[in-house]
Design a protein around this ligand. Structure first.
Ligand code: NDP
Length: 474
């Protein structure tokens, strides 16, 4: 019997997606550049379902029912192009190739066009949920052509996580839209994680809490508005001890790595002109953490004075929780604003309520408040910013006093909180009816004759600053 689906690339994600499909009753053809991964998968998990392992591409393609559906799950970047180049000569018109890796959306657009010219239907599909999600049911963000998606829909919606009977998978939009939304998802994941580390740093550095105590705090937060997968695993990581009985987290090197999706999100925000402060600060914080040699040098030259441990009262921890929640709302508001801008700029017609819906399960940023975001975009199609919607407006207003206190406290004690503080500055800038950019426009007009507009008159003006000082309408 021919297989329903082929999976190419059997590292952790590919292998687990293949097992996921097989467990759901689909026949799965397997191929990996180095055959050892194929052999391991079949010997360890072959009993889970119907697998057709292949030694070469010809055998792989021959094992598939037509039109063929193939998921590529290899390292993002050039390997995807290499694999597509190798694969295409073996395919027929109408076959469907899905790239399930973390590809840059502009690469997906390009591949989509190239393959279209060869009559191959290409789908760029973001897959979130890591190793476990891929196996148990991830959140999936497919983009490309709707008709091609319709063909794979019965399979992918069955493989995806389910929340209240709704699959965490829906058609996102044309071309690279699916990978774009996955990119912003990852950007939000960066912000979420950065905010968690800032809360951790404050509790540890200002209040002297140890890892087990902080694990308890995060466990408590998990039962409130902050309820999310990342808060849950933070409690687990903080609670873990190593073989010496000490908290493992205290022995982990404080240098963050990154693969690029956060950086891409920030770069795209700059291009679209969206004020994406939370995610961008999170990317920079990882970069600064990675400059360990420089930090060690700076720590000698500019010694940090450890605050004399203050005892944390319940209200202090509540304030940190509030700062975390409000900053998280800002990060999501900015990410969703970016998707709105992208949808307009690239002509994608993204349905943001549906995006929030498929992020409720399976993925790394799954969180209770995504239900609220779904409601917000479901009821108001023209929502300009999440913070202005009733539920979130009330939430940030309620959190604001604690948020402000925490930012002041961190500044006072020299604890870096780039995401907490930039989110608060964004919030403060956003709600000012009259900001200070009038002066900025005056400066621009002074040195560059860039002109300004007036509140009391129509049109553009220029002042002859260095000549007779007169104002002219231009
Ligand atoms: P990796 O990104 O580590 O990639 C390894 C796989 O790519 C192996 O199967 C390897 O084959 C194959 N490969 C690499 N270069 C080539 C090449 N030139 N030609 C053919 N095959 C090649 O694997 P992951 O499973 O971690 O991730 C797969 C994709 O999913 C990536 O895009 C990743 O960003 C994305 N992703 C990963 C998540 C995770 O939690 N790990 C979560 C969500 C998405 P070989 O064995 O022969 O070397």
């Amino acid at each position: 019997e021919l297989a329903d689906l082929g999976v190419m690339g059997l590292a952790v994600m590919g292998a687990n997606l293949a097992r996921n499909a097989a467990r759901k009753g689909f026949g799965v053809a397997l191929y990996n550049r180095h055959g050892d991964k194929t052999d391991t998968l079949v010997s360890e998990f072959g009993h889970e379902g119907r697998f057709s392992p292949a030694k070469d591409l010809a055998g792989f393609v021959a094992a598939l029912a037509k039109p063929r559906v193939i998921i590529i799950m290899v390292k993002a970047g050039k390997p995807v192009d290499d694999v597509i180049d190798d694969l295409v000569p073996h395919l027929d018109d109408g076959d469907i190739v899905i790239d399930g890796g973390n590809s840059l959306f502009t690469d997906t657009d390009r591949r989509f066009e190239t393959l279209k010219s060869k009559n191959i239907r290409f789908i760029g599909m973001g897959v979130s949920g890591g190793e476990e999600g891929a196996l148990e049911g991830p959140s999936m963000m497919p983009g490309g052509e709707r008709e091609a998606y319709a063909r794979i829909e019965p399979m992918v919606t069955k493989m995806a996580a389910q929340v209240d009977g709704t699959p965490c998978c829906t058609f996102i939009g044309p071309g690279g839209a699916g990978h774009y939304v996955k990119m912003v998802h990852n950007g939000i994941e960066y912000a979420d994680m950065q905010l968690i580390t800032e809360a951790y740093d404050l509790m540890k550095t200002v209040y002297g809490l140890d890892a087990p105590a902080m694990a308890d705090v995060f466990k408590q937060w998990k039962s409130g508005d902050l309820d999310s997968y990342l808060i849950e695993i933070t409690a687990a990581v903080l609670a873990k001890t190593d073989s010496t009985g000490h908290p493992l987290v205290d022995s982990i090197v404080d240098q963050a790595e990154q693969k690029g999706t956060g950086r891409w999100t920030a770069a795209n925000a700059l291009e679209l002109g969206v004020p994406l402060t939370g995610i961008t600060e999170a990317v920079f914080a990882r970069v600064l953490s990675s400059q360990r040699k420089l930090r060690l040098e700076a720590a000698k030259a500019l010694p940090f004075k450890q605050p004399a441990g203050r005892k944390a009262q319940a209200a202090d921890l509540d304030a940190i929780r509030d700062a975390l929640y409000a900053s998280k709302i800002v990060a999501y508001a900015q990410g969703f604003e970016q998707m709105t801008a992208a949808s307009q700029q690239y002509g994608w017609d993204l349905k943001l309520g549906e995006v929030a819906t498929i992020w409720r399960g399976g993925c790394i940023i799954r969180a209770r408040f995504l239900d609220r975001i779904r409601d917000a975009y479901g009821s108001e199609t023209t929502l300009s910013n999440l913070i202005l919607q009733d539920y979130f407006r009330d939430a940030v207003l309620k959190a604001e006093p604690g948020w402000r206190r925490v930012v002041s406290l961190a500044v006072e004690h020299g604890v870096a909180i780039p995401a907490f503080s930039s989110s608060l500055s964004y919030y403060d800038g956003l709600r000012r009816e009259r900001g200070p950019a009038n002066l900025l426009q005056g400066l621009r007009d002074y040195f560059g004759a860039h002109t300004y507009r007036r509140l009391d008159q129509e049109g553009s003006f220029h002042t002859r600053w260095s000549q007779d000082g007169s104002e002219v309408k231009v």
